[in-house]
Unconditional design. Structure first.
Length: 206
């Protein structure tokens, strides 16, 4: 942990607040953050677009029901491992339910279920998707911080465009491209750190 993060005050995360009781107002805010992430993972696990809303709602209900009983053990039981199992089980149950209730369902449903049950990389996939989700949330927050071309410069730089290309397309000096990219990157790191403090248990901090 760097010196900057050491100087930040300890703060109770939304997960910890939500875990304190099902009626805590932190729940709604927490679900707003986690809903698009869970939808993305369910899609990866084979839930069709037409079923995605219902399957996501089922996963969120299970999160709401079970989070209060989650035993937080720093450096041992990782929350993301627990969450990956919850989403995995939701997808498995959804595919089983669909196969039982829809006789015309594709014959590869059984194969999908079998794949879900033996998917050892799911936790690693969830970690990767979560990091990307945090960055997206942080970039969204930065829309209220930066105006003009700053965010556009940063995104285009990350996507591989050269400073010369960005300078020409946006009609700004090449030196300005480097300055704007640095400013956004610095603030993005801080915003991502803050989001992780809000949305994760303390032992998951970088």
């Amino acid at each position: 942990m760097n010196s900057q993060s050491q100087n930040l005050p300890t703060r109770i995360s939304l997960l910890e607040l939500a875990q304190s009781g099902k009626d805590h107002p932190a729940w709604e805010e927490l679900l707003d953050y986690y809903r698009p992430f869970i939808r993305q993972i369910l899609t990866h696990l084979g839930v069709t677009p037409s079923d995605l809303d219902d399957a996501c709602q089922l996963a969120l209900m299970r999160l709401w029901r079970d989070l209060v009983n989650y035993q937080h053990q720093p450096n041992r039981a990782r929350f993301r491992s627990w969450l990956s199992q919850l989403i995995h089980n939701t997808a498995m149950d959804w595919h089983r339910r669909q196969r039982r209730s829809n006789q015309t369902m594709s014959t590869d449903a059984g194969h999908v279920e079998q794949t879900l049950m033996c998917e050892p990389e799911l936790e690693q996939r969830i970690e990767k998707e979560w990091r990307q989700h945090i960055v997206k949330l942080a970039l969204e927050r930065l829309k209220s911080v930066f105006s003009g071309d700053a965010l556009d410069v940063f995104v285009r730089s990350v996507e591989g465009e050269s400073a010369a290309e960005i300078s020409r397309d946006l009609n700004i000096r090449e030196e300005s491209v480097y300055v704007l990219k640095h400013r956004v990157k610095k603030r993005l790191i801080l915003e991502s750190f803050e989001l992780r403090r809000e949305l994760e248990f303390p032992d998951r901090m970088p």
